[in-house]
Design a protein around this ligand. Structure first.
Ligand SMILES: CC(C)(COP(=O)(O)OP(=O)(O)OC[C@H]1O[C@@H](n2cnc3c(N)ncnc32)[C@H](O)[C@@H]1OP(=O)(O)O)[C@@H](O)C(=O)NCCC(=O)NCCS
Length: 332
């Protein structure tokens, strides 16, 4: 059995910055409310005709490959977490494969929303452990802003979600001191409709109709209170599960990288775990919630900022639509 290790991380976010001020011109909201409830000051939204999930993820992937010091030809497999692929089908993985000029390697899509990246990392980890693949490109990328209802009705989610891409290269670890120690995946589909998007749906009469557009079936719908309540419980559970499984304590964590759902959720977890600020990575203040993109973007930025050092104990945790939640514990 091999152990897997993150060899490099990269990210890309669209150039367009959307401030709270700009949002308050579109809907009945204001900077104070958004900052107080979510911690978000600004976020990035794509520019139609410029940014796509494919080209953003390709940029993030190239950065990850450069930092991992590997060439595209060394990649054996792609695992792509997104719920906002450029096409309804085929999935995002094959489009990224084409964009990177790679031929015939497998490409797998994962649709677990905010927990998608940890699910993807877990799948890639199993392939490396068995020796089936040596180097896997694991990606989380989304364009959510096109699914946001920017009227007063959609304001609770419109202020939260954003666009961006992150990627890591997962490879074999040649030392016991580095690598993924465990991953933990959970879901409870009984809450599917607390955070969901109805259309395009394959089980309606047609997949797209004017009626569906008029009804707002293409918009992301969220019961913010329900999401919040479940998130704080599940985040804590799944982090504890990872720590207990590996026989380590919360004090040993060097960096907690939570999915950037909402700053208040991250602060709640930080407080419960009694972690000092320097042990928790947050970038939601200026990037918003990019669903499957948040954790790989955060890893890339944390590495750039020198907050990930060789041998550091890093805990990743996520919660979101499904509900689905997950964690991973690793030595950087
Ligand atoms: C969405 C969220 C910020 C809303 O905050 P909240 O404190 O729960 O607020 P409520 O939904 O109870 O709404 C309080 C009031 O603010 C209003 N409101 C909602 N969005 C608003 C906005 N963007 N601007 C101003 N007012 C807003 C509501 O209409 C409500 O008004 P009312 O009291 O007159 O009815 C919060 O529920 C949350 O963070 N949920 C988790 C979301 C999340 O993490 N999603 C990602 C999951 S991966």
């Amino acid at each position: 059995m091999f152990k897997s290790r993150i060899l490099g991380a990269g990210h890309y976010v669209p150039e367009r910055i959307v401030t709270n001020e700009e949002l308050s011109q579109m809907m009945d909201t204001n900077n104070e409310w958004i900052v107080e409830r979510t911690g978000i000051q600004e976020r990035r939204w794509y520019t139609p005709g410029v940014d796509t999930v494919t080209n953003m993820s390709a940029k993030a992937s190239r950065m990850a490959m450069e930092r991992a010091k590997i060439s595209p030809e060394e990649i054996d497999f792609i695992v792509f977490a997104t719920i906002t692929s450029d096409y309804f089908l085929p999935g995002a993985g094959v489009l990224l494969q084409r964009e990177l000029g790679l031929t015939s390697i497998g490409a797998l899509d994962i649709r677990n929303a905010c927990s998608g990246f940890i699910y993807a990392l877990s799948v890639a980890d199993q392939f490396i452990k068995t020796g089936m693949y040596k180097k896997i490109l694991v990606v989380g990328a989304e364009i959510q802003s096109s699914a946001l209802d920017k009227s007063d009705e959609g304001r609770s989610s419109a202020v939260i979600f954003a666009d961006g891409a992150g990627a890591v290269i997962l490879g074999q670890s040649h030392s016991d001191q580095h690598g993924i120690m465990s991953t933990h995946l959970h879901a409870d589909g009984s809450h599917a409709e607390e955070l969901y998007c109805i259309a395009p749906s394959s089980s309606g009469k047609v997949r797209i109709s004017q009626e569906m557009i008029d009804r707002g079936d293409f918009f992301l719908k969220m019961n913010g209170n329900a999401v919040f309540k479940h998130a704080v419980v599940r985040f804590m559970e799944v982090i504890k599960e990872a720590l207990d499984h590996n026989g380590v304590t919360k004090e040993e964590i060097d960096l907690l990288v939570p999915h950037q759902a909402n700053l208040r959720i991250s602060q709640y977890i930080q407080q419960k775990l009694q972690l000092p600020d320097e042990k928790v990575f947050n970038n939601i203040m200026y990037l918003g919630n990019t669903t499957a993109g948040t954790i790989p973007i955060a890893l890339s930025q944390a590495w750039e900022q020198g907050r990930l050092k060789e041998g550091d104990l890093v805990c990743l945790a996520a919660f979101g639509s499904g509900f689905a939640w997950a964690s991973a514990l690793l030595r950087w």
